[in-house]
Design a protein around this ligand. Structure first.
Ligand code: ARG
Length: 565
């Protein structure tokens, strides 16, 4: 239900009626309950062009406004604000409609886009670390959101599986395998050991360098080893994806190596487009107002990160037919993306109408405000962090005797992983944020635990009722009015979040909704004795729609709920 666009349409009708030949600004949510449910603040902006006092314009608009359905009352305030009160009968109908619909009344886009979402992209030579957490979960929630709204979403996992370090790793793998099976369980250790060998043993170092050339030259034996290495490293990533409840699969992997064969073509096409210069033996593209050139081929013939991204951009625009390409990557790569986007457009690798977007995010910090590290200064492995989250959640519910061990385990996973994801997604993605176990596992404040609690609370009410919810919904006081208007704002929130690619708009909304529900429930008992049947049913319906909205919102964020906490 798009409450906002319905109201905007009514204001537009009033403009037409009042012969105001302008497009009205959008209505906005009322900032205070005494200002009604929505506000229209567009009269002031018209004063100049209409040569009229804004209060007089507001009066004209109100006189032309249709009060027969959604809008119940309108009042002028201050210099010309129009405060709007909505009709509770209509709100009740809309809520009923939403509750009866699997999509909560939210329409699919009428003009869906094909959107490529590039996220996660771990490096296969290393273990996934906390830096990949943000890309993985922000990207996944964005993909879920666009998918829910009806876009055709193509997830792309641009894994780093190519480069000189693989010569060393593959040579070491071969050596280890000749001594028995290698687990590769801890890539960090494996990498360190391989590097040690490389540094102390000149023969090994020579072999590693030879293997780089062989892999790149397509030598079957070396490529086979490389493939084995990548498969197993990717397997570890997939364990993390499963733990994280993230939807990336093998089909979404389109690795850096996929673009290898196209890289020389990229360079020659840049040359054909007369964009190429030579600088210190390297081939590069100079951009306007940018001192740093984009190097696409080194003097020794090697290609770079940017070359692969240019090829990927072309592939996504031409082969995947993307209308919008979103890169969910650390904000520190913003210059890289600014550059490759420009080069890709200048070279016509990507049409002018394709929307290219770097969805950057800040760094996860520890309590002292430093980048997150282990106690001994190492990078924190994502797997360890997630396991710790589940353990902590387990501790917090362990004393609940009425659950079986198995039930406890399932709940601990949902609570622990949900807490980590929600804490991350609820931050404005562009800022750095401080990782705090206490905060994210708290029952108070904007946390997943609070959301899960609100959801479980409603489920417990519904279980106690244990029958169909019948009869018509009625909005009978200011709190119910506020709750229903908030419930009906969900679609507007999702639309906004999809444009801004900002999941935190969804968490803020869910928090507002859940808090409002708690207030409503305190004041408006549902199953208590003395509550008449009609009121009970109506409140049950409101509670049910609240729970469904919370569940849908969390589902988009990739967070599961529990029926009982
Ligand atoms: N592998 C890169 C990293 O770990 C991320 C890849 C992002 N995607 C891209 N198309 N460049 O930083």
């Amino acid at each position: 239900m798009k409450l906002k666009s319905k109201l905007n349409a009514l204001i537009q009708d009033a403009f037409n009626q009042a012969n105001i030949d302008q497009t009205p600004l959008s209505v906005s949510e009322a900032t205070k309950p005494e200002f009604g449910d929505y506000q229209f603040n567009g009269a002031m902006a018209l004063a100049k062009s209409l040569g009229k006092n804004p209060r007089a314009i507001a009066t004209d608009i109100i006189n032309a406004l249709d009060f027969s359905s959604l809008i119940r009352k309108a009042e002028i305030a201050g210099p010309g604000f129009i405060n709007l009160w909505l009709n509770p009968l209509v709100l009740a109908d809309f809520c009923e409609e939403a509750r009866g619909d699997a999509r909560l009344g939210i329409a699919l886009r009428t003009t869906p886009q094909t959107v490529v979402v590039d996220y996660s992209g771990p490096n296969m030579a290393k273990q996934m670390h906390v830096g990949h957490l943000r890309s993985t979960i922000i990207g996944d929630s964005l993909a879920n959101l666009l998918d829910f709204l009806g876009d055709t979403v193509i997830r792309q996992n641009h894994i780093g599986d190519w480069g000189t370090q693989f010569g060393m790793l593959v040579a070491y793998l071969e050596e280890q395998q000749s001594d028995g099976d290698v687990s590769l369980k801890d890539l960090e250790v494996f990498y360190r050991d391989a590097k040690k060998r490389f540094d102390v043993d000149a023969n090994f170092a020579d072999k590693a360098r030879e293997y780089v050339v062989k892999i790149q030259g397509g030598d079957t034996h070396c490529l086979g080893l490389w493939q084995q290495f990548i498969d197993r490293s990717l397997g570890h990533c997939e364990e993390v994806y499963t733990k994280l409840n993230v939807k990336l699969s093998r089909e979404d992997v389109r690795a850096e190596s996929f673009y290898n064969d196209d890289l020389s073509q990229v360079v020659s096409d840049l040359d054909k487009a007369t964009l190429l210069s030579e600088s210190k033996g390297a081939k590069c593209v100079f951009l306007e107002n940018d001192e740093i050139p984009v190097i696409v081929q080194k003097g020794d013939g090697g290609y770079l990160y940017a070359t692969t991204d240019l090829s990927a951009l072309r592939f996504r625009a031409k082969n995947l037919e993307a209308d919008r390409i979103c890169y969910v990557v650390d904000a520190r790569q913003s210059h890289h993306f600014k550059q490759v986007f420009k080069v890709a457009k200048n070279a016509h690798f990507v049409g002018t109408d394709v929307f290219l977007e770097h969805i950057g995010f800040g760094t996860m910090m520890d309590k002292a405000g430093k980048p997150f590290k282990t106690r001994d200064g190492g990078t924190v492995k994502l797997v360890d962090l997630l396991d710790e989250a589940v353990n902590k959640a387990h501790e917090s519910i362990r004393n609940k005797e009425d659950y079986s061990l198995e039930a406890l385990e399932i709940k601990a996973k949902i609570i622990g992983i949900g807490a980590v994801k929600y804490a991350d997604l609820s931050m404005n993605r562009e800022s750095n944020y401080i990782f705090s176990w206490e905060k994210m596992l708290s029952l108070e404040g904007n946390t997943s635990v609070y959301m899960l609690y609100a959801y479980a609370r409603i489920q417990s009410i519904l279980r106690k009722h244990n029958a169909k919810i019948e009869g018509k919904m009625r909005i009978s006081d200011a709190l119910e009015q506020h709750l229903s208007v908030t419930l009906l704002r969900f679609e507007d929130i999702l639309q906004r979040a999809s444009v801004d690619a900002s999941p935190h708009q969804i968490t803020s909304y869910l928090y507002e909704l859940a808090s409002l529900f708690m207030r409503f429930y305190e004041q408006n008992p549902i199953l208590k004795e003395g509550v008449d049947e009609e009121t009970k049913m109506s409140r049950l319906a409101l509670a049910d729609l609240t729970a469904k909205t919370i569940k849908q919102g969390l589902d988009i964020l990739g967070i599961e709920v529990v029926n009982q906490l």
